[in-house]
Design a binder for this molecule. Sequence first.
Ligand SMILES: C[S@@+](CC[C@H](N)C(=O)[O-])C[C@H]1O[C@@H](n2cnc3c(N)ncnc32)[C@H](O)[C@@H]1O
Length: 266
Amino acid sequence: MAQESDIRNIADASKPNAGRIYDFLLGGNHNFEIDRQAAQQVIQILPGMPQMVRLVRWFLGEATRRLCDEGFKKFLDFASGLPTVDHIHQVALKGTKVIYSDIDPVTVAYAHDIIGDNPNIRYVQCNAGKPEELLDSDVVEELFGKDRKVAIGFNGIAYFLSDETMEHSLEVLYNWADKGSKIFISDIDMAEISDGARKMEGLYKQLGQPIFWRTKKRLSELVKKWKVTDPGYQAMEKWVDIDWGVSDEVKKGFGATSGYGVILEK
Ligand SMILES: C[S@@+](CC[C@H](N)C(=O)[O-])C[C@H]1O[C@@H](n2cnc3c(N)ncnc32)[C@H](O)[C@@H]1O
C-alpha cells in the first residue's frame, strides 16, 4: 500500500483521489485508506464496479495487442492512470514506444517511480481535454521522431469529459495524426440515467471529478471524421470474449446497457 511518506510532497492523503480509487478497484496497491473508503462507497452504488474497471483495462490490452499485430510500434496514451496491471507497455511487443499521460500530478510522479529509466517510455502530465499540450511539447518528437502514424489510447476517460471537450480532443488528434493512425476509445452507453448513476455522479463531483454520461449514439456523433473499423462499437466483454460476472439485475440497477469500446482510423 502507498505510504503517506512516499508522496507527502505531492499528495494530500487526507482526501480521496479518483485515480487512486481506480487503482484500488483495479486491484493495485497505490492507494490510501481514504481512497479505499471512497472505493467502498462506489462499490455500494455499483457492486459491479471492480469488474467494470477490469473490463476497461482488458479492452485496453486487447486493443493494444490488435494494433501491435497491425504493426503499430508507437502508442500515445491519454488519461493513462498508473502504468501497472496490464498497461500498454506490459502487453505490447518488446521495443514498442509509449508516451503515457495523465492530468493528476500524483499519478505522474508515481508513474515515474514505476517506469524507472525505461528508454522506450515517457510519462507526462497532460489534460486529455487539451491534447495539444502534449502534441506541441518536445516529448513526442523526441521519442517518436517525425512519425505521426501512431496508435492513440483514449480509454476510460470519455465519461470524464464533456461532449464539447471530447469533440475538441478528437478533432485536434485527427488533425495532428497521419493517415492510417488509429485511436481506441471506451465509454458507457447510458440510455437512461438511473438513481445509481446519479449517486455516482454526486460522489465523483465531491472528489472534484465531474462525470458526463452519454449514449453510444452521441459518442458516435462526436468522433466525426474518424472512421469506425471492424467490429465497430462493441461491448467490452465481447472484445475480450469473457462473461464479466455481473448479473443483469446489477447492470439494470445502474442503468447502463453496457460499457463498450471502439477502434477508429484516420
Ligand atoms: C478510469 S482511469 C483510466 C485508466 C486507463 N486509461 C485505462 O484504460 O485503464 C482514469 C484516469 O483518468 C485521469 N483523468 C481524469 N480526468 C482527466 C483529464 N481531463 N485528462 C487526463 N487524465 C484525466 C485520472 O487521473 C485517472 O488516472
